[in-house]
Design a protein around this ligand. Structure first.
Ligand code: ADP
Length: 640
């Protein structure tokens, strides 16, 4: 890099942007001064540029540790399209691809290397990294290093070893969600020299946070989507429900598709593209959807099922309105949700004996003998495992997570990659390539359909090739294997598979320790996060935004004026005394009808919002004119 590069000149030259967003420049300058720096910017705040620009200016390599394997390829491609040399390494890549990336870094052909955390478990890999000249270590999604956070990943703890390998480098930690105690923990764990921290307020002025209560969530969802326009995401907790709800929406003439981690990489890609381009209006998804998706004009994010923490909620809701225009984040809650959240807590912490049993079964399943297995990394067919041993998948997933936290194994959920291909034969030799006719046709079609195949792995789509060639997918696959066997190409078929890595040799079950720090303490923290989530939804007394910001450590936040609580107060206050009395009479009349008269029902009959009715109902309750049980309002004197 030349001496004359400045943050601004790099921003303009490579990104074509003319100004920095709030705090970007301060973070970049702090890193360039050599200081360890923590950046806390909300989703969409522009975190990537805060390390990509220093990476371009600093002399050596920048290592970026990120757990988001599915997004690495997009980031690297995006950088390359701007003429910035970047590589990536994760366990879903073939050996050939990993070697190519390491060689590029070694020979100075890359400025940035994205690494997934589980690679740091491998001493060989870390030794190899040790030979490189690293100027900056970036820890993306830095809350994963904290046991206090909601997404702890033990392999993140290895990052501090990296910093000892490169004493001259500085460390940068970035996250979009951390409470004050998690921020402090991040800096401790990464052994920060000094406490430089930049925090942008988490307030998003264009988003209205709304909670709607209903026993009939699907009907309420339809109402919400009909009353809003533009792109939307609907979050639910199970894969099955993504499909069911998408089908319901389509049946009601609302354009929708579903998305979850179990789809093939190609399906995910296609659905995501249709939604991004606006062809599909609503994506009904699990939390597997959304990370790294930079769609600015999402107008509505609806949660039909509650997340287990405000951190997750804030991240997911924050996908609305990244363009700064008005947007809605709606939670649809029912009284049953409280019990569901408590049940999730119990599922997340099965009995210790169950966890030991799962450990034993995993070892048997992967045929690892007692005393062996250290360092082993195996693909792990999770559904087959659960089927074979008749284990509830949710319990199995929790047990695997706890065994990961306790340091026995590392369970990496769903590394899903697309098919890739690179031509490895010399161009001259290709002329004399002797393969079957179908392999030849496939090869010619690949050369016509894709570019850049001679210098790197390129994503290919077997189904596209099979459609263009009018061959069956099986024939295309076999042709690709043939081309691979004769060393014309290096072909890596797509796969979606979790991994298990043994971080210790197999122990006897009775020796598997689940200490307080891994079990009881973590359970208690999850319980606190769940309580905070419940308070946010069910405590209708204070402004939603203010209560969320308080949770993230912003104690001076005023009322937002836009959430359902603030609106309800305003509407109630502006109703004149007469209108108030009339409305109260009407409430009593409707609540006196036979059947279940819920707050929502009364509100819909009177064409007002449920929030504006609550203070009136409370007053009627005080006067003894109505009784309230959950969401059902009954007049003291009922008809019929
Ligand atoms: P985050 O990681 O914080 O969620 P990203 O780094 O993905 O956010 O940035 C979100 C979007 O904002 C990207 O499209 C990025 O190119 C854009 N962006 C970032 N910084 C700037 C800037 N200074 N000017 C204009 N656009 C920016």
């Amino acid at each position: 890099m030349t001496e004359s590069l400045t943050p601004r000149s790099v921003l303009e030259k490579y990104w074509g942007y003319t100004s920095f967003r709030e705090l970007q420049q301060e973070i970049i300058e702090s890193v360039l001064r050599g200081e360890d720096t923590l950046g806390l910017l909300p989703t969409g705040g522009g975190k990537s540029l805060t390390f990509q620009i220093p990476a371009m200016i600093l002399p050596g390599l920048t290592l970026v540790v990120t757990p988001l394997i599915s997004l690495m390829k997009d980031q690297v491609d995006n950088l390359r399209s701007r003429d910035i040399r970047a590589c990536m390494i994760h366990s879903g890549l073939s050996r050939g691809e990993q070697k190519l990336a390491m060689d590029r870094c070694r020979y100075g052909h890359a400025k940035m290397l994205y690494v997934s955390p589980e690679k740091l478990q491998s001493k060989g890999f870390v030794d190899e990294l040790g030979q490189m000249d690293v100027s900056l270590i970036v820890v993306d999604e830095a809350h994963c290093i904290s046991q206090w956070g909601y997404d702890f990943r033990p392999s993140y703890l290895r990052i501090s070893e990296l910093r000892h390998r490169f004493p001259q480098s500085r460390v940068m930690a970035l996250t979009a969600s951390a409470t004050p105690e998690v921020s402090a923990d991040i800096m401790d764990r990464l052994e920060f020299r000094g406490r430089r921290m930049f925090v942008r307020s988490f307030a998003r002025d264009n988003i209205s946070y709304i909670v709607r209560f209903s026993d009939h969530k699907q009907e309420m969802l339809l109402r919400v989507l009909r009353n809003t326009s533009g792109s939307a995401i609907v979050y639910v907790r199970s894969r099955r429900r993504t499909r069911e709800i998408a089908e319901l929406l389509v049946a009601e003439s609302i354009s929708a598709e579903f998305y979850h981690a179990g789809l093939s990489a190609e399906e995910k890609n296609e659905r995501q593209n249709r939604w991004k381009s606006g062809q599909t209006r609503v994506m009904v998804a699990t939390n597997a959807f959304g990370m790294g998706i930079d769609k600015p004009d999402v107008r509505t994010v609806v949660h039909v099922d509650l997340p287990s923490s405000l951190e997750e909620y804030y991240q997911e809701a924050g996908r609305a309105g990244r363009d700064g225009c008005a947007a809605y984040a709606v939670v649809i809650a029912s009284p049953a949700d409280k019990g569901t959240l408590t049940r999730r807590l119990n599922e997340a912490f099965p009995d210790k004996d169950v966890i030991r049993r799962v450990y034993e079964l995993v070892c048997n399943f992967l045929e690892v003998a007692v005393g062996s297995g250290y360092g082993l990394m195996e693909e792990f067919d999770f559904s087959l495992f659960c089927d074979r041993f008749r284990i509830n998948p949710r319990v199995a997933r929790s047990a695997l997570g706890l065994l990961t936290s306790a340091g026995y194994i590392e369970y990496v959920d769903e590394i899903s990659t697309r098919s890739r291909l690179m031509v490895i034969m010399d161009k001259h030799e290709l002329y004399s390539l002797n393969v079957s006719e179908s392999a030849d046709r496939v090869f010619q079609m690949i050369l016509r359909s894709y570019t850049g195949l001679f210098s790197d792995y390129v994503n290919i789509s077997e189904s596209l090739l099979s459609a263009r060639l009018q061959m069956s997918p099986k024939q295309v696959y076999e042709a690709l294997l043939e081309l691979s066997r004769c060393h014309a190409v290096s072909y890596v078929p797509q796969k979606t598979s979790p991994y298990v890595i043994f971080t210790t040799s197999r122990e006897l079950p009775k020796h598997v320790m689940l200490p307080r720090s891994v079990y009881e303490d973590m359970r208690q923290r999850m319980e606190r996060r769940i309580e905070a989530m419940k308070r946010f939804v069910f405590n209708g007394g204070s402004c939603r935004v203010a209560s969320m910001l308080r949770y993230f450590g912003e104690s001076d936040a005023g009322d937002c004026g836009r959430c359902d609580v603030c609106r309800g107060r305003r509407e109630a206050a502006s109703a004149t005394a007469n209108a108030r009395q009339d409305l109260m009479k009407e409430i009593v009349r409707i609540a006196g009808q036979p059947g279940r008269t819920t707050v929502d029902y009364i509100a819909s009959q009177l064409s007002v919002s449920s929030e504006s009715l609550l203070p009136l109902i409370r007053e009627l309750m005080d006067r003894g004119q109505v009784r309230v049980d959950g969401f059902v309002v009954t007049a003291a004197e009922r008809q019929g």
